[in-house]
Design a protein around this ligand. Structure first.
Ligand code: NAD
Length: 425
């Protein structure tokens, strides 16, 4: 490859670029496509002057990056965090391009963020930041250009403020510009469980291609928040034996299987949504990390990034892993586990139910017609199954591990779109 590789001081961006260049080289991607896809189409930096509750004015920095719109409008969340920077935002936009491409949905990749500490902000200050940021990026967002969503420290309330601000500036309701809205305000029934349903579907598909009956299978799910609890629930509903769940309060193990619905009811009653105090016959409680080392058929890390790393990967006894969280395995952990013949279903395949769910919300907003939760789940499951199948077959055909196969499938779809559309802007 004769391309001069772009680099960055930002660890996340430099990793995103390196991963892309390595996969592009392995695929034999043409140099002009490598040049085009190694850069973002648009990096917008804005200042956000905000009057604070004490009357002083603070100016925050905000960013919105579109890495690629070759396949459709850019899609990606907006985060509020003190470490947000333009390069980190660009790295996350890169990842969204590949995630949307792999998901088979008509979206490109984008990401946004505001550099702020939400813990130090009042609700009113957060609203003023959100609305001023929305006004500053207004020329760049739209249902057919760039469609943001919630991310770290933003949620349904922020999406309503964003939608309301853009709608007022444009003088018409603009529901399809943001996804992740609450059900009464153009949100979708089913979105809350979408990521977990997608993770569980991938695990069931993995068992299917390995010729294993879900009913003779044991799994352990790390994390019992949004992703972990719904992953465990859908696996449990499919007849899989969920022998262990955990959260920051501990590992909850039962050799005959956890009653996941009961555990979910328990966390719904807990003010912090924790498993603390959960009990059932035969339950054993231990440290949160113990779950990672159980001898199960499938381990599903659904809590946080870097959970399995070079210091603990050799203790993992699970036969296979499905990554529900973003980046739960470090590259070093990957290196340690791969020689053991473990199949690892990568995060941007396994947890793409969330972005597919956002796509459903956008479709419903554009049509002004809402689906039942049953229809939403049925469509999601069917897309996840075929996405899994595509990566599985590609990995067998090219004799590469699933993470690399997923990356190559994703890059190819975007590169083909760029090629067909031609080189003009
Ligand atoms: N929510 C989504 O739609 C979505 C979509 C894609 C990816 N993800 C990723 O999935 C992961 C989880 O997201 P979430 O929305 O479920 O978060 P969440 O905050 O709802 O839940 C996180 C859970 O992990 C547990 N946890 C945290 N640290 C732990 C530790 N050290 N040991 C054991 N348990 C621990 C928490 O107690 C909690 O139960 C994150 O990596 C997130 O980026 C989420």
């Amino acid at each position: 490859m004769a391309v001069k590789r772009r680099t960055s001081q930002d660890v996340l961006l430099s990793t995103a670029l390196e991963n892309f260049y390595n996969a592009a080289e392995e695929m034999g991607l043409e140099d002009d496509l490598v040049e085009i896809l190694s850069r973002s189409e648009r990096r917008v930096c804005v200042s956000i002057p905000v009057e604070m509750d004490d009357g002083s004015v603070r100016v925050f920095d905000g960013y919105r990056v579109v890495h690629s719109s070759a396949l459709g409008p850019a899609k990606g969340g907006i985060r509020f965090h003190p470490q947000v920077s333009i390069d980190e935002t660009e790295a996350l936009a890169f990842m969204m391009t590949w995630k949307c491409s792999l998901a088979g949905i008509p979206y490109g990749g984008g990401k946004g963020g505001v550099c702020c500490e939400p813990l130090e902000l009042s609700l009113k200050e957060k609203e003023r930041i959100t609305r001023t940021f929305a006004a500053r990026i207004e020329p760049f967002v739209g249902a057919w250009t760039d469609v943001p969503a919630p991310d770290v420290n933003t949620g349904a309330q922020e999406m309503v403020w964003f939608m309301d601000t853009i709608s007022k500036i444009r003088g018409q309701l603009e529901p399809a510009v943001f996804t992740g809205k609450p059900v009464p305000l153009w949100g979708s029934k089913g979105r809350n469980a979408a990521t977990g349903l997608g993770v569980a579907t991938c695990a069931i598909e993995l068992l299917r291609v390995l010729g294993k009956d879900p009913k003779d299978t044991s799994v352990a799910v790390q994390g019992f928040g949004n992703v972990g609890s719904f992953t465990a629930k859908f696996l449990h509903d499919a007849g899989v034996k969920v022998v262990a769940i955990c959260d920051i309060t501990g590992t909850y193990y039962c050799k005959d299987g956890i009653d996941v619905n009961k555990a979910m009811e328990h966390t719904q009653k807990n003010p912090k949504r924790l498993l603390e105090g959960y009990t059932q016959p035969g339950l054993e409680k231990s440290d949160p990390t113990d779950l990672l080392y159980l001898d199960v058929d499938v381990l599903l890390p659904c809590a946080m990034e870097g959970a399995i790393n070079k210091s603990n990967a050799d203790k993992v006894k699970a036969k296979h892993i499905v990554e529900g969280a973003n980046g739960p395995l470090t590259p070093e952990a990957d290196e340690i586990l791969r020689p053991k013949g473990i199949y690892i279903v990568p995060d941007f395949l396994a947890n793409s139910g969330g972005v597919i769910g956002s796509y459903f919300e956008w479709c419903q907003n554009l049509a002004g017609f809402f689906w039942s939760e049953e229809e939403y789940n049925q469509r999601l499951t069917s897309i996840m199954r075929s996405n899994f199948q595509r990566v599985w077959e590609y990995s067998k055909e090219k004799k590469v591990e699933m993470r690399r196969a997923a990356f190559m499938v994703a890059i190819k779809r975007v590169a083909d779109a760029v090629k067909m559309r031609g080189v003009f802007l």
